[in-house]
Design a protein around this ligand. Structure first.
Ligand SMILES: Cc1ncc(COP(=O)(O)O)c(C=O)c1O
Length: 377
């Protein structure tokens, strides 16, 4: 088995914010199986999702079972593998959970929570219940949220992939109003108290595996009454949750991506589940932030330390020297450290430390931060 520390062939250290690095041993297995899956002479890419109990349905059932074990998801929640990424779910939320005139509450902590709100606003009146403080550097305390009366839900983004602001624990429930959350860039990095959420969802291209689908975990009681009548069926959670033969088969699912994710999920379980994943994430992120903080202002990250993302570490050099940042990216690439650029709209640098990033990559990044700072600082 290829281990975390190995770089077989020309595998680079990849810090992409998503789609992101996948564990090498999983990719190697997928490659081996691609032409001939278990002696069938076919690859899983070529198999029908309508084959009752066949390889595709088995992979989907395994992915669901593994996710349920990892997150301790109880039977009163449905688990759905759906099309349209997180963007699809930004629209699915109001269509499934809110009447047309029912207000929606959004916690605004950065780019992705605003994206979710803008899409929600196309279907129902929205209100910002709280915003990030200190110029976007601090999460607002849940005790200060102003939730509109009769709100269908309060939405938050569990990890702002661009700003690097993360809820490292689950906020307290919002009275009777369900809490819903975008976990796209942090799902599987820590245990989640699922019972605090009416629904949570994540696009797949980060810790979960390849891009191509989203997972939705939703309390069955919230979808019992069905979506609004005009809801496109592809966004209708109650249709997708129909159990026969298994859920998520209303239309052709992203079979290959879900299959690869089933391997990622089982790999996470084999490595000690989400308690171990959280320990690993927090140690790795702490190392990178410590290096930034020890650089006497050469590298900076303005986020309030308890709210710093463990998955995405955005940073600047000399407060935003773009020429030096471009040089950092170039020199890092020459050493095999890739995708360290920030989001094109916001600039700067960003190191994403998802599950598929090996520990050796974090060691190499740490050494490069020191070396680059010494040479140019
Ligand atoms: C937190 C968060 N939410 C939503 C999205 C959008 O995901 P998608 O483009 O797959 O719909 C992203 C993408 O990076 C994200 O990081």
């Amino acid at each position: 088995m290829v281990t975390d520390d190995a770089r077989p062939g020309r595998r680079s250290f990849n810090f992409s914010a998503g789609p992101s690095a996948l564990p090498t041993d999983i990719l190697a297995r997928v490659q081996r199986e691609l032409l001939d899956w278990r002696g069938t002479g076919m690859g899983i890419l070529e198999m029908s999702h309508r084959d009752a109990g066949g390889p595709v349905q088995e992979a989907m059932a395994r992915a669901e079972a593994s996710l349920r074990r990892l997150l301790a998801i109880t039977d009163d929640y449905a688990v759905l593998f759906v099309h349209g990424g997180a963007h699809g779910q930004f629209a699915a939320l109001p269509l499934n959970l809110a009447a047309p005139d029912q207000p929606l509450g959004y916690v605004d902590t950065g780019f992705w929570s605003r994206r979710a709100r803008d899409e929600g606003a196309r279907f129902a009146p929205t209100a910002i219940v709280a915003s990030a403080e200190n110029g976007g550097a601090r999460l607002p305390a849940a005790s200060g949220w102003t939730v509109p009366r009769g709100a269908a839900y309060v939405h938050l983004c569990a990890n702002e992939t661009i700003q690097g602001l993360e809820y490292l624990s689950d906020p307290d429930p919002t009275g009777d109003v369900p809490l819903v959350a975008d976990f796209t860039s942090t799902l599987l990095s820590r245990p989640i108290d699922v019972a605090r959420y009416g629904a949570l969802y994540a696009s797949s291209g980060k810790n979960l595996g390849p891009a191509g689908f989203a997972v939705v975990v939703v309390k069955r009681s919230l979808i019992a009454r069905g979506a609004r009548p005009q809801t496109p069926s592809i966004l209708d959670w109650s249709k997708l949750a129909e159990p026969a033969p298994i859920a998520s088969l209303y239309s052709t699912p992203a079979t290959f991506a879900i299959y690869v994710s089933s391997l990622v999920l089982e790999d996470l379980e084999a490595r000690g589940g989400l308690v171990a994943a959280e320990r690993r994430s927090s140690e790795r992120a702490a190392r990178v932030y410590a290096r930034i903080d020890a650089s006497s202002g050469f590298y900076t990250n303005a986020v309030h330390p308890p709210h710093r993302s463990r998955m995405n570490v955005p940073f600047r050099i000399r407060g935003g020297d773009s020429a030096l940042e471009a040089r950092f990216v170039r020199e890092a690439e020459a050493l095999g450290l890739h995708q360290l650029f920030g989001h094109p709209r916001f600039g700067g640098l960003r190191a994403s430390l998802y599950h598929g990033v090996p520990d050796a990559a974090v060691d190499a990044l740490d050494a490069f931060l020191v070396d680059f700072g010494r040479r140019t600082g």
